[in-house]
Design a binder for this molecule. Structure first.
Ligand SMILES: C[S@@+](CC[C@H](N)C(=O)[O-])C[C@H]1O[C@@H](n2cnc3c(N)ncnc32)[C@H](O)[C@@H]1O
Length: 280
């Protein structure tokens, strides 16, 4: 009897696609209306991988060109201009995003009370089905240990196949990401971007870990979608990927998670996702 009940709990638990564990335990019962329901695993993706890939390639190519041009211009600049340089970099990334994707996003205090920081569309308009943000962090395969890093960490994101992404930009999570990113360098080429750990990421999409959960008042306008980086993804552009494998012996392609818009979203709106999806 007890075993059957436990099995049922386990089965239900397995059908949750994405979860932030502490949040689910405390809030699921209060917020059942905000669950995302999907009839089949194969129907979960809102847009094909090819479209996600094209959006990323478009943005990363513009970023590469503008960073290159910017560095040329700033070569020889004196160190007291560093602050100015950072502001200029930030503007250049926002322009690259507006030019290539037609919108800008940024972190700001959430519209919801007690929800900390959120992510907003600050310029332009997001069309339905667009890649709006990326979920940065260290990627752990289901069999890899994450115990220490997961303690009191609200940023551990769980995919349906058990892969975990630790998107915390502080403490031990930050140290682990930096160390894995440094390890995976290929000669002069960086295979991932560590700047999402700062307040001004080079890849302006890499703030998806700050998207808050929807509520009855604010329904979800974005959803999570896995994107496994294909082998043919250009080496030069991998420096903008905000994810890195924890272990070197992972034979799988690098797992990224993107947030895709569920409807058109206009400037001024906050992004809200579903922290839980049930796959029937
Ligand atoms: C992945 S983090 C999102 C970023 C977070 N807002 C922050 O400033 O660090 C998840 C945490 O955000 C908060 N949060 C997310 N959605 C919320 C909501 N609808 N209402 C209140 N708090 C929320 C909870 O504290 C949750 O554990």
């Amino acid at each position: 009897m007890l075993r059957r009940a436990l099995n049922r709990v386990q089965e239900n638990w397995k059908s949750y696609r994405h979860r932030f564990v502490p949040w689910v335990v405390l809030n699921l019962s209060k917020n059942e209306k905000t669950l995302r329901q999907v009839t089949d695993r194969s129907k979960d993706k809102l847009v094909p991988d090819q479209e996600v890939s094209e959006s990323l390639l478009q943005l990363f190519s513009v970023l590469l060109r503008s960073h290159g041009a910017d560095h040329e211009e700033l070569r020889g600049a004196q160190s007291h201009l560093l602050r100015k340089e950072t502001t200029k970099q930030h503007q250049c990334e926002q322009e690259a995003m507006l030019r290539s994707l037609g919108f800008c996003i940024a972190r700001k205090p959430s519209t919801l009370p007690f929800a900390g920081t959120g992510v907003f569309v600050t310029k332009g308009c997001v069309s339905k089905g667009a890649t709006v943000a990326m979920y940065p962090g260290t990627v752990y395969q289901a069999y890899e240990p994450i115990l220490l890093q997961s303690i009191r960490n609200p940023f551990v994101f769980r995919c349906i196949d058990g892969v975990l992404i630790d998107g915390n930009d502080k403490g031990i999570s930050k140290v682990v990401f930096k160390s894995c990113s440094g390890r995976d360098r290929m000669g002069p080429f960086l295979m991932s971007d560590t700047s999402w750990l700062s307040s001004s990421p080079q890849n302006p999409l890499a703030v998806g870990q700050y998207v808050n959960n929807c509520s009855n008042e604010y329904p979800a306008n974005v959803c999570y979608q896995e994107f496994d980086v294909p082998d043919k993804f250009p080496i030069m552009l991998r420096q903008y990927l905000p994810n890195v494998n924890y272990s070197t012996d992972s034979q799988r392609p690098l797992r990224c998670v993107v947030l895709v818009s569920l409807r058109d979203i206009t400037a001024g709106e906050e992004l809200f996702s579903n922290y839980f999806t049930i796959v029937h």
